[in-house]
Design a protein around this ligand. Sequence first.
Ligand code: PLP
Length: 431
Amino acid sequence: MTTSTQTIDNAILDTIAATDPQVAQIVRAEAQRQEYTIELIASENHASPAVTVAAGTCMTNKYAEGYPGRRYYGGCAHHDQVEQLARDRAKELFGCKFANVQPHSGAQANTAAFMAMMEPGDTFLSLVLKDGGHLSHGMFLNFSGIFYKPVHYALHYDKNHPQHEQIDYDSVLAAAKEHKPKMILCGYSAYPRQIDFAKFREIADEVGATLMADIAHIAGLVAAGEHPSPFPHAHIVTTTTHKSLRGPRGGLIMTNDEELNKLINRNVFPGVQGGPLMHIITAKAVAFGEALKPEFKVYQQQVIKNAQALASAMTEHGFRITSGGTDNHLMLVDLTVKDADLTGKDAEKWLEDAGLITNKNGIPDDPRSPMVTSGLRLGTPATTTRGFKEPEMAMIAAWINRVIESKGDEGTITAVRAEVKSLCERFPLHH
Ligand SMILES: *Cc1c(COP(=O)(O)O)cnc(C)c1O
């Protein structure tokens, strides 16, 4: 390790290396990768040292099935305290009455939420995966598509429409009237615009459906008041804790409805999970504490400023940003306007070799398969954590353009990789 010789990772690595050099070597290599590459994957972030270390504590050693005050095992006093603290902080952060902090992940949270709101075989209405939805929103191989009946609303796909590639709320209403879903689901994995939760609730009320908001991607923005809140509109809100919220990998379910809360609790445990990951819940408490601080709002404001700076720089380099821009932490880049033969698959590979970590992603109405795609998804939560601001966003856009215009030329990739590394050295990670 160079710049970060005194990092917490090193102390942890030494402990692992004392008994298991093989695993320590793998983790050390990953720490180096994170240190010297630029993370542009919209769903990733760098959790703080306090969060990372909390997730590695002795809190992992306990079975705490049940909920605070009502456990199936003795010795849970401290686990009760930390879980209650995590719940209270989540409620304060999102301005709601009930929070379940036990879901192991976003998909687990969605599974429990579906079970709380629907019976197997019931119909729900969501955005399809290829348009920016998530696989837990009805993909045929996922529980949501196997045990429930998904129907979908659409985006506007009309270049001349002012809301081209944005949610078509008329189509939401039309599909809701046609299919009479039990539940309507909003919240996405690759959608760069604000979500109108009030409008979704209006539509849900019109057809007697419940409204679920999955804010996995935008949770940090919502917590900081930089994206409208799904409360009080959504009946149930799920999220991950590791994306823009910058906590440990995990899930969270919230509601204002006491009856629904009982169903959520029962469906998380014993419905879909056994013992909660108490070390992760400990780290969630720390992360929620960080998110309640004023610095977190400043951070989220910069996340949005950086996304807008990156989007406009990419546009200046001749790429097209779907829907014409971004309101949040991410954007979808249409590569084909630059070069009709360019694929997300190639671009992702070339950029990774240059130290710029992105993911290929379908663009709305993409004719290519999800393994190839015509687009790239870029997000700014991780780079903003690192301390990057607008000038660094301009540098990143210029590097992306150079690598892509070179069509993966080796010399270009090597040169860019060295420049990326030197920028990373100027902005060390504190992990
Ligand atoms: C990331 C994501 C999830 C799933 O989270 P995991 O922790 O990977 O299970 C669920 N919903 C949306 C919208 C997401 O973007």
